[in-house]
Design a protein around this ligand. Structure first.
Ligand SMILES: [Zn+2]
Length: 239
């Protein structure tokens, strides 16, 4: 059963406070519309009754469970990342208590091992995790791949407030949204970045791409002779 509590929300624009419903536990197998709202970015989002400004409850902790897909995802506020070891242990403890200690035998023996357990920090990270798992990608390999991209591609400073979020698979590419540091008015601009999937596949298989620049260039067949295009091949040695 999904559980909600009434919380006081404060509008960042006009300062009005109003009562809103915040989740403490989500059973999306029973409420698939909640999953749809997370994916649409409308979950924990309310309109201020005074000025219509969209207000998002960012700083809530809740457990997201999906017994159809075997997902057990603990969502902490974005700032929780700096306490990740402690929070991870807390999430594991909650899982152990519910599924390994207090549950009946079939829950402990058959259900518990099937769950993909993850900890995420913030609603955007939860949405991304659902997209990545749905796309059948190894989410941890994808995080390593993102780390490599942020480090090596001149997008913006290598900074914990920069986001690089998986959005979708697009043919032989992976599409991410890169969100840079906040600008002068606190606005963060996101833009899409499409990267060849081959680099990720190589990383997931345990080998890196032969040349990281290949992540940004298409892999084309050699042009045929006489097609009016010189293949960009090096001149043979000794010619
Ligand atoms: Zn308002």
């Amino acid at each position: 059963v999904s559980t909600f509590v009434a919380v006081e929300a404060r509008c960042p624009r006009c300062g009005h406070t109003f009562s809103a419903e915040a989740a403490t536990g989500l059973h999306v197998s029973r409420m698939p519309e909640i999953r749809a709202r997370i994916l649409a970015g409308t979950f924990h989002r309310f309109d201020c009754p005074a000025c219509d400004q969209s207000v998002v409850l960012h700083d809530r902790t809740f457990v997201y469970t999906d017994f159809d897909r075997w997902h057990w995802i603990t969502c902490y506020p974005r700032g929780g990342l700096r306490y990740r070891s402690a929070l991870h242990a807390q999430a594991e403890e909650a899982f152990d208590q519910v599924l390994r200690r207090e549950g009946p035998a079939f829950v402990r023996e058959e259900w518990a091992p099937r769950f993909v357990r993850r900890v995420v920090y913030g609603l955007a990270a939860l949405r991304e995790k659902l997209l990545v798992l749905e796309a059948g990608l190894d989410d941890r390999a994808l995080e390593r791949f993102k780390w490599m991209l942020v480090r090596d591609v001149p997008l913006s400073p290598f900074h914990p407030d920069v986001d690089l979020l998986f959005e979708r698979v697009d043919g032989d590419g992976l599409v991410f949204v890169h969100v840079g540091l906040p600008g002068p008015e606190g606005l963060r601009v996101g833009r899409e970045l499409r990267v060849a999937r081959a680099g990720f596949d190589a990383l997931e298989a345990g080998v890196g791409p032969e040349d990281w620049r290949s992540l940004m260039l298409p892999d084309l067949p050699l042009p045929e002779a006489g097609a009016g295009v010189d293949p960009p091949m090096p001149t043979p040695v000794g010619r």
